[in-house]
Design a protein around this ligand. Structure first.
Ligand SMILES: C[S@@+](CC[C@H](N)C(=O)[O-])C[C@H]1O[C@@H](n2cnc3c(N)ncnc32)[C@H](O)[C@@H]1O
Length: 231
């Protein structure tokens, strides 16, 4: 994964390798997200994928659930290009529509049966923008729909955060040939992202119309929440 965390073509091509180093439980995470969605959507679900770049939601959920359709939104054209190519390679592209831009700017004629926002929220700078993103997702969902949010999280002033960061760096050192100095540089980039605490994430979900909120996942700097829109 590149240090400047820009989702350009170089990052898009390297994404699949990089993400499994940054988040070693990435594939297990996707299996859990799929089980949650399957338990709560109808067979012919139309699923909104916020931050669909890279295409892994299309491919993983699309191949295992042949009656689902997907609308994927992402700000990065390069990441969406890779996503579409991957969807074509796996034969799921006919059930996928892609939309370039911020989710808040999207107009859809239909309401979705479920949504995911995986590994996006820490790129959204302010609390107000994060709130606006989540509110938009809520408005785009049918009442009672499942939603999965996975993001880097934590209070950087706490020693608990430092311990998780240390483990994150140790994993990079174990899995790659990067030097300690390289990993320290990456830490600087990551610390520049927009972290909020687990409590703030749960408050944001509540404020934007989600209920039945529960933590289901945590690995180093990353955490995951499941929720439903109110009925
Ligand atoms: C780390 S990738 C995650 C991709 C995929 N969800 C996954 O889990 O593998 C984050 C993606 O979020 C996208 N992104 C960042 N800000 C966004 C926004 N405001 N709206 C939609 N996508 C955004 C980036 O372009 C990038 O493709």
């Amino acid at each position: 994964m590149k240090n400047d965390l820009e989702f350009d073509m170089e990052m898009a091509r390297e994404y699949d390798k990089g993400i499994r180093r940054a988040l070693p439980t990435y594939d297990a995470l996707f299996r859990m997200v799929q089980s949650f969605l399957r338990a709560h959507v109808k067979d012919t679900a139309n699923v909104l994928i916020v931050g669909a770049g890279g295409g892994n939601e299309f491919v993983k959920f699309g191949t295992a659930n042949p009656t689902w359709t997907f609308a994927g939104v992402d700000t990065s054209e390069a990441m969406l290009e890779v996503a579409l190519q991957k969807a074509k390679n796996e034969g799921v592209h006919e059930r996928v529509s892609i939309h370039t831009g911020k989710i808040e700017q999207m107009q859809f004629n239909e309401k979705f049966d479920g949504a995911t926002c995986l590994l996006v929220l820490h790129f959204i700078e302010t609390m107000e923008e994060k709130r606006s993103l989540l509110r938009t997702v809520k408005e785009l969902l049918q009442p009672g729909s499942p939603f999965v949010l996975v993001t880097m999280y934590g209070d950087q002033s706490k020693s608990e955060f430092d311990e998780r960061m240390n483990l994150w760096k140790s994993i990079w050192l174990d899995l790659t040939n990067l030097t300690k100095e390289d990993v320290e540089e990456m830490e600087k980039s990551v610390r520049g992202l927009s972290f909020i605490s687990a409590i703030e994430i749960e408050e944001l979900l509540e404020q934007t119309g989600f209920e039945r909120i529960a933590t289901f996942f945590s690995t180093t700097l990353f955490g995951g929440w499941i929720a439903h829109t109110s009925k």
